[in-house]
Design a binder for this molecule. Structure first.
Ligand SMILES: Nc1ncnc2c1ncn2[C@@H]1O[C@H](COP(=O)(O)OP(=O)(O)OP(=O)(O)O)[C@@H](O)[C@H]1O
Length: 249
């Protein structure tokens, strides 16, 4: 199959089955253009994380193909083109200091010291974590860990960023900071969340998964505001679309 050059993500006919189980993802087709921010929503167990693990090459598809920036995703092979922020930052952080944590990825890309320094510095500033450089990551709060985990991926300058439930366990201020960070990101984004207000604020497009089927794909307000679609797939229209604020003249 020839990948479409206008698409940074090109998924065709993708299915996946965990060992000895019923099929988890069913023949997914998804094309994402450069710079799009796509929300991936669906009730618990609908297949969001499984889809992300396939995109990162952590799992091997049962059928179909995945191309990112015209390159096939090879299961088991690391690709710096795709950055994956895990649901739980503790699964990602392992270094003795925040600086080492954020420098680890670019260090493995074979960059020179000056380039590594520049990337780490930029990622720390962008995530507001520069004051934590000497702290051990495992001593940080949940919100700080999340930002350091994001910085450690951004420092590799991926073209596609995948965020799995990024606002889980964040307080209001940390969640707001995360939304601002996501809104000012330059990468193509895929983002799963049960926080549909966050999806509404960040994403320009939404896809809905239900029991491993891609059941809807469209503009964010059209999907999130469609009550029968949302309720038909175990979801709710977010509060801000049910009760929009009146316009003040
Ligand atoms: N390692 C695994 N082995 C076997 N089955 C799994 C494994 N991981 C997930 N599953 C199953 O695959 C299905 C999809 O799970 P997945 O974690 O992808 O859903 P999700 O949409 O991310 O859910 P949530 O919103 O709860 O995070 C579920 O039925 C789940 O039980």
């Amino acid at each position: 199959m020839t990948p479409n050059p206008d698409r940074v993500i090109d998924i065709q006919n993708l299915s996946f089955t965990y060992d000895h189980r019923a099929r988890t993802l069913h023949f997914i087709n998804l094309e994402v253009a450069i710079g799009q921010r796509v929300g991936v929503i669906g009730s618990n167990g609908s297949g969001k994380t499984t889809l992300f693990h396939l995109l990162c090459g952590l799992l091997q598809p049962s059928t179909g193909s995945i191309y990112i920036s015209q390159q096939p995703v090879i299961p088991g092979a690391f690709s710096p083109t795709v950055g994956f922020v895990f649901q739980n930052p503790d699964d990602q952080l392992f270094s003795a200091s925040v600086w080492e944590e954020v420098a680890f990825g670019p260090g493995n890309l074979g960059l020179d010291a000056e380039d590594i320094q520049r990337r780490v510095h930029q990622a720390l500033i962008f995530t507001g974590t520069e004051h934590l450089v000497t702290s051990p990551p495992h001593h940080l709060s949940g919100g700080q860990k999340r930002m350091v985990a994001i910085a450690s991926i951004l420092a590799m300058e991926p073209e596609v960023m995948i965020y799995d439930e990024p606002s889980a366990n964040l307080d209001l201020r940390a969640r707001r900071r995360l939304i601002q960070l996501l809104q000012s990101s330059r990468e193509t984004l895929l983002l799963s969340s049960h926080d549909l207000e966050l999806i509404r604020e960040v994403c320009d497009r939404v896809i809905v998964l239900d029991q491993g089927h891609l059941v809807a794909d469209g503009a964010t307000a059209d999907i999130l505001g469609d009550r029968s679609l949302m309720e038909g797939h175990g979801l709710e229209v977010p509060h801000s679309l049910r009760f929009p604020l009146p316009l003040v003249h």
